[in-house]
Design a binder for this molecule. Sequence first.
Ligand SMILES: [Zn+2]
Length: 73
Amino acid sequence: MCQPLKIDVTFYCYRCGGMATGKTCPHDAKDHLSVSGTRQREMLSLGEEVPPEFSRPEVVAVLKDYYRTLGTT
Ligand SMILES: [Zn+2]
């Protein structure tokens, strides 16, 4: 029996070209950029600049949009 996760693991998928979860994305983990880090979430939700070594600029833009929508709920 699989133990259901309390929260969906959310990540950016380079192949989906956007945010995805394990339920929606069939791609391999190597195509994923995890955003599970607390500090990363803070930076993104606050719209702070994310270090370039963390992510490509276009990815950061998608992530910021994503966390902006989360912040409104
Ligand atoms: Zn994918």
